[in-house]
Design a protein around this ligand. Structure first.
Ligand SMILES: Cc1cc2nc3c(=O)[nH]c(=O)nc-3n(C[C@H](O)[C@H](O)[C@H](O)COP(=O)(O)OP(=O)(O)OC[C@H]3O[C@@H](n4cnc5c(N)ncnc54)[C@H](O)[C@@H]3O)c2cc1C
Length: 357
């Protein structure tokens, strides 16, 4: 396994379940990829994904298989608002995602709402890692993949190598493209078409008495047109989730936790201060935040160009001609966390079939 994001961990779990000896090589210092949950002073702060649609079964099914199904929790509040530039107005179901350019499911799936884990998304990562034990190795960035007598040889940062009968690449698209191109799979270069959009998430903590106007619904989205027309200086905040209203136990009693999505144009300044200043206007906050926590995502959510699924199918047909090698994750099969779980498990099943064949 290359990559210990959600797709890589789910794939490794499926491989172990299938009786395959597995090692997960992860370049970073921690598992989970873009899932980053920080727990501090009774707050649960999400840097990356904070939940998923309740209609998405794959992540929930795996949670139950891992024995953490009881950690799944539902939102406390419903509905989003639109910041028109002058006021917050109720927003129709699904419009928030549409305005943010997030490709998601149809109305019936949206109507079922969202879910997350009681201790944050890291609950799920921690359960996967615990089940895999010492198979998950940090600080092991794979620098090269080459054919070997029986399968593959993987070179790792620091100079060590591993041999494996089969490999799953569960890394971002640009990295998958590079590995495949080096193997002569020129079609793999097409994954460079997957564009990762930069974003910044800013979490801010307040006492609830600093939010005297209250927080209606689960958050708001800024209407890009209306704000452009009415404000001399456009807002950097594009959307804000009221984390402590949306999900249980995101903040201790008497405190509010907000999480804003901020455009990369926030510049060199302190994104926490800029975000707070803009939220003061929108939410009529009183006083400064108790603290802010900023996460930079220079390459955040992937977006696919038309024809992506056909390109991926073409690449997979080419890979079928090589020793067992699968590709998985948000690079290829959908950006949502549940899609990544499904992608990882399917890649593992494919690898098991190839190893047995
Ligand atoms: C800010 C943000 C908010 C999001 N919010 C949501 C949400 O609310 N709901 C939702 O469903 N989805 C959300 N998503 C999308 C979703 O979280 C991701 O698409 C998904 O988690 C990606 O999982 P992955 O395993 O495919 O990739 P990643 O999480 O990117 O994992 C890939 C791993 O591979 C490692 N790696 C890379 N190169 C190498 C190498 N050469 N050798 C070894 N390891 C390597 C990386 O270090 C990383 O750990 C969000 C994403 C972002 C960035």
């Amino acid at each position: 396994m290359v990559g210990a994001g959600l797709a890589g961990l789910a794939a490794a779990w499926e491989l172990e379940k299938g009786g395959v000896d597995v090692i997960v090589l992860e370049a970073g210092r921690r598992p989970g990829g873009v899932i980053v949950t920080e727990r501090r002073d009774g707050f649960i702060v999400e840097g990356g994904p904070d939940g998923f649609l309740a209609a998405e079964r794959d992540i929930q099914d795996l949670a139950r298989e891992l024995g953490v199904g009881d950690r799944l929790v539902s939102p406390l509040a419903k509905g989003s608002m639109l910041w028109t530039g002058e006021r917050l107005e109720p927003l129709g179901e699904g419009r928030a995602a549409e305005l943010l350019g997030i490709q998601i499911a149809g109305e019936s799936e949206l109507a079922q709402g969202f879910k997350t884990f009681a201790g944050g998304m890291a609950d799920f990562v921690e359960a996967l890692v615990a089940s895999l034990g010492s198979a998950v190795r940090m600080n092991q960035g794979v620098t090269a993949l080459a054919p070997a007598a029986r399968g593959w040889r993987l070179a790792v940062t620091g100079g060590s190598t591993h041999e494996a009968e089969g490999v799953i690449l569960a890394v971002p698209a640009w990295s998958t493209a590079r590995f495949l191109a080096a193997l002569g799979v020129t079609a793999g270069r097409e994954l460079e078409e997957v564009v990762y959009h930069p974003s910044i998430t800013v979490s801010l903590a307040y006492r609830t008495d600093q939010v005297p106007a209250g927080l209606a619904g689960t958050g708001f989205v800024v209407d890009p047109d209306a704000v452009g027309a009415r404000h001399a200086v456009p807002l950097h905040v594009r959307a804000c989730t009221y984390s402590s209203s949306k999900y249980p136990d995101r903040a201790p009693p008497g405190y509010a936790l907000l999480r804003a999505f901020v455009g990369p144009g926030v510049g060199e300044g302190d994104p926490g201060a800029v975000t707070h200043a803009e939220l003061v206007t929108i939410l009529r906050l009183e006083g400064g935040p108790l603290w802010t926590r900023v996460f930079h995502w220079p390459r955040g959510l992937p977006r696919y160009k038309p024809g992506h699924a056909e390109r991926v199918a073409h690449i997979r047909r080419r890979l079928a001609l090589l020793a067992p090698l699968e590709i998985a994750g948000a690079a290829v099969d959908g950006a949502g966390v549940s899609a990544c779980v499904r992608s990882g498990r399917e890649a593992a099943r494919g690898l098991i079939r190839r190893l047995a064949g």
